[in-house]
Design a protein around this ligand. Structure first.
Ligand SMILES: Cc1cc2nc3c(=O)[nH]c(=O)nc-3n(C[C@H](O)[C@H](O)[C@H](O)COP(=O)(O)OP(=O)(O)OC[C@H]3O[C@@H](n4cnc5c(N)ncnc54)[C@H](O)[C@@H]3O)c2cc1C
Length: 387
């Protein structure tokens, strides 16, 4: 019988190195002890659990694949396992970690100057500074190339105008990585909290990702010094490369959410008697549980190979698209089915699946909707762009 809480039907454990297992187990303990006990309350209260940030930093969870600057220098499989375990606790907290690592520390590391790296990476790794990534705009996030936010050179400074929306960590970020159109194409800029002309506004009434702060960013003649431009980011391919990092982490993370839903549905089915039999004795329930396990196992194998390709420097962004699409769809379907198997009780926060399901409605949309990822894979197959 497979382990109920963290299913591993194909002994994928045996494919992990000792270091990878060690990282996973330490994050697993952290999530069991500190995240799961508060996740539902935080969701209900729409509260970001900021008190967990120092503990996560202590575990080396921010920018964990980067080397130097106080970062852990882990491989990409270990990073994926971190994402899986955090999202087994909460998708909002995983989103926070993805943004901090893949969308803020990664672009500073890859595209930033030495001064920018020295200034921000150690603080971000320690969780003493928080970052956000501003790419999406109100006219439509799926088409970032149609960007309206502009940056114009005035003397030695850059002047930003425009708006970004649906930005994770927006109002709590000390530094925003902002993408804007210049006369020479898209460029990235570091905008600091409190910079005149820069304001944030939180987006309320969310029924998804309630433990994560989401904001809009507004730039009104926002003047920033020339040294805040990311010198090596020369086109739209720079923010897109950051999205590849974050999407990779999402493909792993959602397995954690699916595992949690599966294990709860299985637990309830073990204890609920209907029509004089336990639910687990019903064929239709077994088929549904077996289908969940099939899909979780497929997703686990898919990301493990993706991680091995990434570590070998051979991963293609269309492979990440297929994994993000497949795994998020898998997790969302399992969350909905688990919610149904728990019956009416399943609509309350006494159980996890309704929270997971609502959160995954964001995860299926952000970092490229399902349609966008299908079109990326379609373009890879056919050579024809159909966006
Ligand atoms: C909670 C949350 C946090 C987020 N965090 C961030 C963040 O930190 N930084 C950031 O920059 N963005 C962030 N986003 C924005 C996110 O990336 C966008 O929501 C996403 O890219 C989709 O954009 P959109 O919502 O404008 O939908 P649209 O782009 O308007 O899409 C609407 C619909 O049209 C479909 N569609 C689009 N183009 C095509 C096409 N060519 N063919 C067929 N169908 C198509 C889409 O699949 C979708 O169903 C976040 C979003 C949410 C909800």
């Amino acid at each position: 019988m497979p382990d109920v809480a963290t299913p591993d039907f194909y002994n994928i454990e045996s494919l992990l190195s000792e270091d990878e297992r060690h990282v996973r187990d330490s994050v697993r303990r952290f999530v069991d002890k500190h995240v799961l006990p508060i996740a539902s309350d935080c969701f209900e209260q729409a509260r970001f659990p900021a008190e967990l940030v120092p503990k996560m930093a202590e575990l080396g969870l921010f920018g964990s694949t980067l080397t130097g600057y106080g970062c852990a220098g882990l491989n990409n499989v270990a990073y994926g396992l971190i994402m899986q375990e955090i999202e087994r606790g909460d998708s909002g907290l995983r989103s926070f970690t993805s943004v901090q690592s893949g969308l803020v520390m990664y672009p500073i590391f890859r595209y930033g100057s030495d001064e920018q790296k020295e200034r921000w990476l150690p603080e971000l790794a320690k969780g003493k500074a928080i970052g956000c990534f501003g790419l999406s705009e109100p006219h439509g996030g799926s088409d970032p190339g149609a960007m309206f936010t502009t940056a114009r050179k005035q003397g030695e400074d850059w002047v930003l105008n425009g708006s970004k929306t649906w930005i994770t960590n927006g109002s709590i970020a000390d530094v925003a990585v902002v993408w804007a159109r210049t006369e020479d194409g898209v460029r990235g800029f570091l905008v600091e909290k409190g910079n005149p002309g820069y304001e944030t506004l939180d987006i309320g009434r969310k029924f998804s990702l309630r433990t994560s702060v989401t904001s809009s960013l507004h730039f009104d003649n926002c003047r920033i010094p020339a040294e805040n431009e990311l010198p090596l980011a020369r086109s739209l391919s720079a923010p897109l490369s950051c999205l590849t990092q974050a999407r990779y982490g999402i493909a792993w993370g959602v397995i954690g959410a699916a595992m949690a839903c599966y294990s709860e549905a299985l637990d309830v089915a073990h204890h609920r008697t209907l029509f004089r039999e336990l639910l687990i004795e019903k064929q239709a329930i077994q088929v549904r549980l077996a289908d969940m396990l099939r899909r979780i196992t497929t997703a686990q194998l898919l990301v493990l190979q993706l991680g091995r390709l990434k570590d070998a420097g051979e991963m293609h962004h269309a492979q990440v698209s297929l994994a993000k699409w497949n795994n998020v769809r898998m997790a969302l379907d399992i969350a909905r089915d688990a919610r149904d198997m728990i019956g009416a009780d399943g609509i309350t926060l006494e159980h996890g699946p309704i929270r997971r399901m609502l959160d995954l409605e964001t995860v299926v949309t952000y970092e490229g909707t399902q349609s966008i990822h299908q079109l990326i894979v379609g373009r890879e197959i056919t050579g024809a762009e159909a966006f």
